[in-house]
Each structure stands twice: as structure tokens, then as C-alpha cells.
Design a binder for this molecule. Sequence first.
Ligand code: PMT
Length: 402
Amino acid sequence: MLDGRRILLIISGGIAAYKSLDLIRRLRERGAAVRPVMTAAAHQFVTPLSVASLCEDKVYGDLFSLTDESEMGHIRLSREADLVVVAPATADLIAQMAAGLAGDLAGAVLLASDKRVLIAPAMNAMMWAHPATQANLATLAARGVLRVGPNAGDLACGEVGAGRMAEPLEIVEAIERCLGGAGRLAGRRALVTSGPTREPIDPVRYLSNHSSGKQGHAIAAALAAFGAETILVSGPTHEPTPAGVKLVAVETASEMLAASEAALPVDVAVMAAAVSDWRVATVAPQKLKKDGKGAPALPLVENPDILATISRRRNDRPALVVGFAAETANVVANAQDKRLRKGCDWILANDVSPGTGTFGGDRNTIHLVDGAGVEDWPAMTKHEVAQRLAERIATALGPAAR
Ligand code: PMT
């Protein structure tokens, strides 16, 4: 049920807009209030009168309407919803979102919004497969925009392929999933580590790894969306800071440990960072030069283990400590061993062998190892992994004491 939930529904101009009328009906049946925004192109496919009648609310569409702006400015429109849904999301609107353009009301509302956004793309199969559309979708996914569909099948243009907007009931289910989590971690504090560490060799060189921060940042975004006060301690990445998350940027493992300890107490800690196990014993104060005597020896010393340190804190150990295990062989067995050695409660094992694309890619396949056994998750996007983990964490912690 969606009793009392407020959905801001943006309808853009595609033939699938007719399905949005059914979507509104289904949402209203479940008790949601639906406030509609239509792009100019959407008016070519469904009438504002039909949309307004089903929503029992006026249709917004004009960024420069004095009446609309005085009654309900675009900033308020974007803030008063529990969720922003774009259905259908055309290739054009997706590109507009990725570029952050605010030339019409839909774009302005999306840019000014501090709420989660769910898109239901609908377009021709070639438009869907085009690298421009796929790059725009990757940009939106990295910002935490959620997506349902599209499905494959007969398209309105007569072609067959991926591009059919998800059916209204599928969109309703996705909305229920998004809103189901909201507030489940309210009153909780979460710590997430993400990205690589960089261990300096000299002022210009360092030891590091291929972590992009995509998985850790997605987890921080999901925990924040569930209502947790979330601190993200991250090594250098190109990932945008998720909405509502406090970022502490670090470089080395020692800095990551200090920032993680400073974030305590927290209810849950998720250590997704790829921390360098070693650093050079002595960092050269000046750039190392080729001196004709061969390559310099670089003795290494072990870095502190952040996961093990947090797991063994006496007075302020988080109620739930979740580690990752990045393995290239015997993935589950090594992860089980690592969980016991490091003292964490759960460990998410993932295969990082070359060819899996786990490091830096958008997808991951997780085996969740805990004291009870192993749960194999199917391959999914890193955002879906994050959502599933946040749900499991919320269930494990239960509601916060008031
Ligand atoms: O960043 P992406 O490109 O999205 O890739 C995601 C990922 C592959 C980095 C991520 O899913 C992942 O597996 N993170 C853990 C990487 C890692 O360092 O694994 P590990 O098996 O070496 O370490 C085990 C655990 O100990 C991890 O939780 C790690 O954060 C922690 N650790 C390791 C060494 C150390 N000195 N301190 C630690 O806290």
C-alpha cells in the first residue's frame, strides 16, 4: 500500500504516455497522492484534462506561469514529494537529466529535487541501444537515479526490441520497493568506506588499485535513502557524493582508519573500500631519480586493517560490521576464513578476477557469508546490491529506539 505517499509524476512525450494514465489509476487505488508534471511534448500524446481528472490535481507544465509559481513554485514541487517518478522517460528527457538542463519545468524540478528519482524509460530499440543513451543512463545510475524497465517486445514504431516502457503494475512495484525502505533506518548511524587508498612512494608516485568507488558509494546512497545518518569515508574516486551523505575524503589506509574511528559510534559499518595492504616503509621526500644503479628497493610494511580494528573495538563496536572479500579464487571459502580472521559479522564475497568487471564496472555478483551460512545473490547492478544490502541491514537492526 502507498497510503499517504506523495508521488510527483513527470510525464514526457512518448507514445507510452497513455500507460501513465493507468499508472496514475493504480497509484491512486493504493492510496498515493499523484501530482502531475507534463512536458510540452507529452501534451501531444495524452490530454492534461485526462491526467488532471485521474490525479484529482492540476497539471503543472509551465516554468514561467506566474500563477503556478505563486501557488506552487518549482522548488516546492520538487521538495514536497516522497518520490519523483518519470514515466515515460524518453531518450530526450534522460539526456536532459544527465546534462542537468533546466530549460522547462520537468528539467527544473528534477535538477532542484532532493528526493529519489525513479525513471521508466520508453523509446525505440535503436535509441535505447545508442551509446549516447547508455552513457546518459550510466551517469544517472552513478547519481543514484533508479530505473524500472524497459522491457523487450513489439514497439509502437513497428520494430521489435528493448524499449517498451515497463507495465504500470511493474512501475507500482518498483515505487513500493523504493518507498518501502524510506525511514527504515531513521535514527541509525552508518559508516561506509569506499574507493581505493593511495600509498605514496615519493611526492609523485603511489601504490593503489582499480577500485572506482561505485559499490561503496552506492551502498552509502542506499543507507542514506533508508534514513540512516551516513558517513562515507572514501579514497580518491570520480564518483559523485550521494545525496544526504557526509563525505570524508582520505588518501591513505592510515587516514581511512583515523576517519573511520572518528566516525564512531555507528550502528552499522560497511567496509567496501579496497584498502592497500602495504605501504612503502619510507616515503622519499623528493622524486626518486634514475641514478644508473638500477631500480630502487622499496621495502613494504603492512597497513593497519580497518575492518579488523573496527570489528574488535571494545566499547563502541558497531552492532553490525559488514566487510567485503575481493577474491580471485576459492571465493566463498576464502571469504569464510576472512570473516573469522577479521571478526566482522557479515562478509560480502565478490570475484574480482580480470574479466568479471567487478573492479570499476557497474555490476557485481555477491555471496553473503554470515555465521549461519552462505547466501548466493544473482548478478545485479551495484545499485541493486546496495538496495538489497540496505534492506537486509534494516531487517537485522530493526527500528531504532526512540
Ligand atoms: O570500487 P568498485 O570499482 O565499485 O569495486 C568494488 C570492490 C571490488 C572494491 C568491492 O566490491 C570490494 O570487494 N571491496 C573490498 C576490497 C578489498 O580490499 O578486499 P580484501 O579482500 O582485500 O579485504 C577484505 C576486507 O577488509 C574489505 O572489507 C576491506 O575493506 C578490508 N580491509 C582490507 C585491508 C585493510 N588494510 N583494511 C581493511 O579494512
